[in-house]
Design a protein around this ligand. Structure first.
Ligand code: GLN
Length: 480
């Protein structure tokens, strides 16, 4: 049941049955009605007006792949004519002087940015609860989290407030909320999409990603934002989404099943639908290869050491002087100390302390270097795995969406939720999550991980699967 709500809406606009202005107004009204989800930090009227004007011109000239459709952008991606808060008190009033490459490309393709979405502060979190603007709610069950850190973008697409949204994925922040919210989300190959204008968390891991309800729409948006950017030193020279002719089945595709990705806390209610989806892909012509990737069991500690080390360094610029709201103090040190103490939330402070610790003289060899060695080993093991298979299928998250507050003050348990997603970030691989079933009324996500630059193949397989299934067509009852 392949569908493309984005193409359908763009088609209506092109046919004059709607317009960029009307579509944006409809989206804003829907966002308003769904305010209880707390998915948005700002509605960006001024920015939307600029985008609408441009979209109209592009549509007139017949050159608008995104056709005037309204989209939402995670509020860690810098956009002009809006604030960029990173869901932090410290940046509550921050306006970026420049535009991120990805959102610039979206606008150039005719998209209209109607709002900036909620997230875990500075993208640090798994649930969407660690925001200075309050927790986002899951449209399937408001007592549950939508997943983080791109919580608002996922909730907005799941509730059908917008057809597509941008997120960022450092350790799972697109795939995890996509899984919890029953939508599609892709984290491209590292270097496929520009990081210029994304407020950095873990620079060697961060990638912008896309949310949509159908894989066909992920492809349309990713095609618009992928590409080499001289403004990002880690952008790949060969970046870009290859055009493919969509195959009818999965004949010839070798799917790797890695037992380590079904261990470490993956619940039966998630493993069941994921294994069933793999079975269905086999019926569609794929063959199954059983594989081992030993180092996956060390992926969580390696990820948290590396991500926190990079975060500690990246976040040093938020001192109330270079960036961030400034607290008063008697001397510069006191100003910096107070600005940071008052501005950052508890989870961000924890990561800065962890990161500073693992980089300290005397500990750097024991922690940071060790983590880098594990990362290297994991990269090599993935490379040998992809000599034997074309993609790896696994759960995206070990459980369905947790209840709000479920992890209480046990951050280590929360970190454990990232077990299925962080390996792809450590290895720089493309990965996506698509809906593959329900457990007790909550969506379950199937993750497909590919070799570097196989983003188009992942999308092909997701589209073939969605051609035969209807999990991605399910909408939370209140938002139908
Ligand atoms: N949950 C992971 C973390 O907290 C991933 C976050 C992300 O991908 N931005 O670091």
């Amino acid at each position: 049941m392949n569908s493309s709500p984005l193409a359908a809406l763009a088609g209506q606009i092109a046919a004059g049955e709607s317009s960029p202005e009307k579509a944006a107004a409809d989206a804003c009204a829907a966002i308003d009605r769904a305010a209880v989800l707390n998915a948005f930090i700002q509605i960006t009227e001024k920015r939307a007006a600029t985008d609408i004007e441009r979209a109209e011109q592009l549509i007139d000239s017949g050159n608008s792949p995104l056709g005037g459709v309204p989209v939402a952008v995670k509020d860690i991606i810098c956009t002009l004519e809006t604030r960029t808060t990173c869901a932090s008190k410290l940046l509550a009033e921050f306006t970026s002087p420049y535009e991120a490459t990805v959102t610039g490309l979206l606008a150039k393709a005719g998209a209209v940015v109607v709002g900036k979405t909620n997230l875990d502060e500075f993208a640090m979190g798994t649930t969407g609860e660690h925001s200075a603007f309050g927790a986002t709610r899951n449209p399937w069950d408001r007592q549950r989290v939508p997943g983080g850190s791109s919580s608002g973008s996922a909730a907005a697409v799941a509730a059908r407030l917008v057809v597509a949204a941008l997120g960022t994925d450092t350790g799972g922040s697109v795939r995890m909320p996509a899984a919890y919210c029953g939508i599609c989300g892709i984290k491209p190959t590292y270097g496929m999409v520009s990081r210029r204008g994304l407020v950095a968390y873990g620079s060697s891991l961060d990638q912008a990603g896309v949310f949509a309800s159908a894989a066909a729409d992920l492809r349309i948006v990713l095609a618009a934002i992928a590409g080499h950017d001289p403004g990002d030193s880690t952008s790949r020279p060969d970046a870009g989404l290859a055009e493919t002719v969509l195959p009818e089945n999965l004949n010839g595709i070798r799917i790797g099943v890695v037992e380590q990705l079904f261990g470490q806390g993956v619940s039966d209610e998630v493993a069941g639908p994921v294994r069933a989806a793999i079975g269905q892909m086999q019926q569609l012509g794929a063959s199954i290869v059983k594989l081992e990737i030993e180092s996956i069991r060390h992926a969580i500690p390696a990820y948290y050491i590396i991500a926190c080390a990079e975060a500690a360094s990246n976040l040093s610029r938020f001192d109330g002087i270079r960036y961030g709201s400034r607290a008063s103090g008697e001397d510069i040190e006191q100003v910096i100390m107070r600005s940071r103490s008052q501005g950052f939330g508890a989870e961000v402070k924890r990561r800065i302390m962890l990161g500073s610790f693992v980089l300290c003289h005397g500990y750097i060899d024991a922690y940071y270097r060790k983590a880098q060695q594990l990362r290297r080993k994991l990269i090599d093991e993935f490379a040998s795995a992809f000599a034997q298979c074309d993609l790896i299928a696994a759960p995206a998250a070990p459980t369905t969406a947790p209840r709000l507050g479920e992890f209480g003050d046990d951050p280590v348990r929360m970190y454990g939720q990232d077990v299925c997603t962080v390996p792809a970030n450590l290895a720089g691989l493309p990965a996506l999550s698509i809906p593959c079933g329900f457990a007790a009324g909550l969506p379950v996500g199937l993750q497909l991980i590919g070799a570097k630059m196989s983003d188009a193949l992942l999308l092909d397989c997701a589209q073939v699967y969605q051609g035969k299934t209807d999990f991605h067509l399910q909408v939370p009852p209140e938002y139908q």
